[in-house]
Design a protein around this ligand. Structure first.
Ligand code: ABU
Length: 367
């Protein structure tokens, strides 16, 4: 086997697919307090997601894994650990972990390197452990694989802005977007923090969203870590930015799918346009916010969280008819995959996977 992936569209031959087992509504921590009183989790309550939801999500994840295998793609799965147990470091104690979904948040493959992200939630600090047996096996099987881990953050209280959410939620849309553009959000800059799913890979260019879970120091760390790449910090008009892969999704050289509701910075738009990329607005999602599954903390824009199997084949959630029609009209073979039961576990088809191998080599798509 070989680790190799430079972008999100080259032909996929090896991938990790997450698991729903044991996923928690995580215990409260500085920037995360789940509050779903109608579904048994009022603010501060935590515990495992209901069994029937876990089974439904695993059925869809397993079926997706089988579909990928039927197309000749090797699929590996992470190890489930006891996410319900409290965890601690010398700096803090946390009532529970979260789960081993979505793997895309934790790992990013850049060429022959797999990098473990810092993560920025205490409940996700130890999530890398679920992937260590796989990473260890890749390291042994591929003599050229580079196995890297970004500096584990301390995540002391100083990593988070005190009282952030009440103050932020009291602001109007324009004020919130101004804060997003400045990346004056939940995290401080005391240490580098990023989730891997804030990175969109396009060969020599890495676009990294500044978000609720990625700070400027995190982008700076990535820039220094990948000196041969152009690393771009980017923001969008999204009041609650967490991960770039339901906002700005490059599908093949020259074509990026954009959540039009989340306005891209003009510099980013120009960078793509002068390099002859077409920016296509994603179709409206099939679901409204009110129609999302219970305990779901993602947005309806998971509709565009698609997984490319190649530059002309893309997996799309099976109920997202408008998205499928749009992609069909752009010349893609569209593979429908039922997946909304997975959303409460943290994401869609892209989130739930990590590329380990795609054919193709490093290219410059923005010469
Ligand atoms: N983790 C991707 C979710 C992004 C979104 O809900 O918009």
């Amino acid at each position: 086997m070989r680790v190799n992936s430079w972008n999100g569209w080259d032909p996929l031959t090896h991938v990790i697919v997450g698991r729903a087992d044991g996923t928690m509504v995580q215990a409260p921590e500085p920037t995360v307090v789940r509050d779903w009183p109608d579904d048994g989790f009022p603010a501060g309550a935590y515990g495992p997601l209901p069994d029937d939801m876990v089974q439904a999500a695993n059925a869809q994840l397993d079926a997706f894994a089988d579909l990928l295998r039927s197309r000749g793609i090797r699929v590996d799965r992470p190890d489930v650990i006891d996410f319900g147990r409290p965890v601690s470091t010398p700096d803090w104690e946390q009532g529970s972990m979260f789960g081993c979904m979505p793997p895309r948040d934790v790992l990013v493959t850049v060429g022959s390197e797999i990098l473990e992200a810092t993560m920025s939630y205490r409940s996700r600090w130890f999530e890398y452990l679920c992937y260590r047996p796989l990473l260890d096996s890749y390291f042994r099987d591929d003599p050229d694989m580079r196995w890297e881990a970004a500096p584990k953050p301390r995540l002391t209280d100083d990593a988070y802005k005190p009282g952030f959410w009440p103050e932020y939620e009291a602001l109007g849309f324009d004020e919130q977007i101004a804060r997003v553009r400045e990346n004056d959000l939940a995290l401080t800059e005391i240490e580098p923090l990023f989730d891997a799913a804030d990175i969109a890979r396009c060969g020599k260019d890495l676009f990294v969203q500044l978000s609720m879970v990625t700070n400027r120091s995190g982008v700076d760390w990535l820039r220094r870590h990948f000196p041969e790449h152009r690393v771009h910090p980017v923001t969008f008009g999204n009041t609650h930015p967490v991960h770039i892969d339901a906002t700005w999704v490059p599908l093949r050289p020259g074509l990026v799918l954009h959540c039009g509701e989340r306005e891209a910075e003009e510099d980013l738009v120009q960078y793509f346009k002068i390099n002859d990329w077409e920016i296509v607005s994603a179709a409206r999602p099939a679901k409204t916010w009110d129609e999302l599954p219970k305990l779901c903390f993602c947005s309806p824009w998971l509709s565009m969280n698609v997984l490319s199997l190649s530059p002309d084949t893309v997996c799309v959630e099976a109920g997202e008819t408008a998205q499928m029609e749009l992609l069909d009209s752009l010349g893609f073979e569209v593979v429908p995959v039922p997946f909304w039961d997975v959303a409460p576990f943290g994401g869609g088809l892209h989130c739930s996977t990590v590329d380990i191998h795609r054919e193709g080599e490093l290219q410059d798509y923005f010469p």
